[in-house]
Design a protein. Structure first.
Length: 577
């Protein structure tokens, strides 16, 4: 049997869909009986016109009417039941893939700006919405269309020919609808997604836009994308609407034409008036699924595009293999000939970098902008995989650890700090729904931010908006440092940790680094400012992606750095910049 890790993305989707195979068969069975009961109307009219009106029997009319009420009641129950079953089939499909798609979206978005990752959850929802929609039940009814058309031919061949011709024209319209609306619908979806992304970006950076007088330019940028979205959406809607109108008009015309032809055949004495009415009703029922599919074609197209996007996303991001749990590692990091090529790039930003960090050591990583400091941080956290060489934590390569377990062992403060909607406690506890109060406070104290937090209106229960809300950049950075220290990681990686800190914050940062070293943890600090490396024991100098120096800080500073005296004075003053 093929293992899940070797499945193609489309096969993963088909496997999830097959989990509801029994439900689909159940709906198919109910559709069989529901469509059989659709004959109730034509047969009733046939009996009323040919028997009741002829015999003028009120008892027969009452008996037939009671039977019809019962049969329509059963048909309604069957329709209602199969609708509920299909809704649950769609929900099951989404529930089975929610975790997989969410993980794939996060993993892909963390390393690349990929459109299929940005829309992953929306694509899954579009497929679920299609499965639960009336158009899917129309697909179960569609096989009955030729049967009903053949039933019309039983009344008279001419009626059958007209019905088949009308059905054939509707099928052609459906195909043309798909061909003509595919590209406009796709472009409309892309434009709408771009307008949404620009709107989200503007909302997140509203403070910058308002303070720098960019509101007019921002509106023009968003409005341009919005107008493109509206124009493309209207174009797609016009095309689909045109075909929908043609389909509806043609169906109504065919029913009237069926009555006209039937009346002519009645005058010729070749069919009865009941057959004329029954044929018209049967034609409407035969063409109803086709009309529904045409009217709901945008739902189907969105689902097909969503299916394609999901298959591509799952193909790019295969499932993670379960890893054997390893004991909590020691704070020992070995980097050997590490080469890193950023995702989507072809040029290495780190080239054969090697160094080691022992428990209780702090390593400063310095170098000009673009030298590879942030790239090294992402490689050490396991975010970017090495193109060559290895990174080992206590002897085991990073890929031997489950990503969530690795995140618990390696605390990370990224260069660009991002907080999430929720309480400060939830942010420090890494979005845990039930934060461990003891661990939260402990992490805050390690980061020397506890006193600052308790001075806020609601302390640790203070709610913040996405991006930090009214917190200053320094406050956000210190809370993010506490988040990096949560759950007692053995290695802490800090990328430009004092970029937004004032003098007090810098001193608190250095105190946190000293505490980590005393606890036997290892710290790596990517920095430009002298204050950030005041507590470092070792120094790694990067230039153009290569390690040009590594060793004791004072020795490296004397050899490589021109502001050695400034750094020494900074250390003597306790981190004052």
């Amino acid at each position: 049997m093929t293992s899940k890790s070797h499945l193609h993305g489309a096969e993963e989707l088909r496997m999830a869909r097959r989990q509801s195979r029994a439900l689909y068969w159940f709906v198919a069975l109910f559709s069989f009986f529901a469509n059989m009961l659709m004959l109730t109307g034509p047969l009733y009219m046939l009996q009323v016109y040919d028997r009741v009106l002829g015999s003028r029997s009120e008892q027969t009319l009452v008996a037939l009417s009671l039977l019809v009420v019962f049969l329509y009641g059963i048909m309604g129950i069957l329709d209602y039941t199969r609708g509920r079953v299909m809704a649950r089939a769609g929900a099951r499909f989404q529930a089975q893939l929610d975790h997989r798609v969410f993980n794939a979206m996060v993993r892909r978005s963390a390393v690349a700006q990929d459109p299929v990752a940005q829309t992953g959850l929306a694509d899954l929802e579009s497929v679920q919405r299609f499965i639960s929609s009336p158009v899917t039940m129309s697909l179960f009814d569609l096989p009955w269309t030729p049967i009903f058309l053949a039933g019309i031919a039983i009344f008279h061949p001419w009626l059958g020919i007209m019905a088949l011709a009308g059905g054939f024209v509707l099928i052609i319209i459906t195909v043309l609808n798909q061909l003509f609306s595919r590209k406009p619908t796709f472009h409309a979806a892309v434009a709408a997604n771009r307008a949404t992304l620009i709107g989200d970006e503007i909302r997140n950076e509203a403070e910058t836009i308002q303070s720098m007088g960019m509101r007019g330019a921002a509106f023009a940028r968003w409005n341009g994308a919005r107008e493109t979205s509206l124009v493309d959406g209207l174009g797609a809607s016009d095309i689909v609407g045109s075909f929908s109108t043609v389909t509806k008009t043609l169906r109504l015309f065919l029913q009237s034409a069926m009555l006209g032809l039937g009346a002519y055949l009645v005058l010729l004495g070749e069919i009865t008036p009941g057959a004329m009415i029954a044929a018209s009703i049967l034609l409407g029922r035969a063409l109803a699924p086709v009309e529904m599919i045409v009217n709901q074609w945008q739902v189907a197209q969105r689902a097909m595009k969503g299916w394609s996007n999901l298959a591509e996303l799952l193909e790019k991001v295969p499932p993670e293999q379960p890893r054997m749990p390893l004991p909590k590692p020691k704070a020992k990091l070995d980097v050997q000939a590490l080469t890193v090529v950023p995702p989507g790039d072809t040029r290495a930003q780190l080239k054969t970098v090697s160094f080691s960090v022992q428990p209780g050591q702090a390593v400063g990583v310095i170098g000009p902008s673009g030298s590879g400091k942030s790239t090294l941080a992402k490689a050490l956290t396991g975010l970017w995989r090495p193109a060559g060489g290895t990174v080992r934590l206590d002897g085991a390569s990073l890929d031997q650890y489950d990503p969530d377990v690795l995140g618990q062992n390696i605390g990370y403060l990224p260069q660009r700090v991002q907080l999430f909607e929720g309480t400060i406690a939830e942010n420090i506890a890494r979005l845990s729904g039930s934060p461990d109060a003891k661990k939260v406070v402990e992490a805050a104290k390690k980061a020397a931010v506890h006193d600052m937090i308790v001075q806020l209106p609601n302390g640790y229960d203070t709610r913040i908006a996405s991006g930090g809300g009214r917190l200053s950049g320094g406050q956000m950075q210190r809370i993010a440092l506490a988040r990096a220290l949560y759950d007692d990681p053995v290695i802490v990686i800090l990328d430009e940790p004092n970029s937004n800190l004032d003098n007090e914050g810098s001193q608190a940062l250095n105190q946190a680094i000293r505490s980590l070293k005393e606890a036997g943890k290892s710290v790596l600090i990517m920095a430009h400012r002298p204050a950030a490396i005041a507590e470092c024991d070792l120094l790694l100098v990067l230039d153009n992606g290569q390690a040009v120096a590594f060793g004791p800080k004072d020795q490296v500073l004397k050899e490589r750095v021109t502001n050695h005296q400034t750094i020494q004075q900074t250390k003597a003053l306790g981190g004052v910049r």
